[in-house]
Design a protein around this ligand. Sequence first.
Ligand SMILES: [Zn+2]
Length: 147
Amino acid sequence: MAFMRRPAEIDGPPVAELTRRIMQRVRGRDTSPELKVRRALHGHGLRFVLHDSRLPGRPDIVLPRWNTVIFVHGCFWHRHRDCRYATTPKTRTEFWKEKFERNVARDTANRRDLERMGWRVLEVWECDVKKRRFEEPLLALFKSLDG
Ligand SMILES: [Zn+2]
């Protein structure tokens, strides 16, 4: 009855461990969209520092020479408007709504504080990174600043 063993394996710790790792990757700093953005900037010779904790919201990428900070936002957690990835889970809907509202409010406050400090604040969305739509607008901006 070899097949009887499978459910136990599936329900056991490996799944919990996998979930933990996925959640960590979702919330962690070095998410892959962020890496892609960094690589693109680096490839074009733009210098930046990472996660400057002295700045509101600890922006993912800080380009001091350009007075610019970049947040690489996950569409789900940061509620990318009209994005198909910004879904709301069907269970515990109220919990999620409140959580999302807090995230968005925090993002808005961070942006306002950073702009008051004289920073240009850019948001790059995960879905645009996936579809490689982020690179040209960013480079166009930096080129125009270089002018
Ligand atoms: Zn999106």
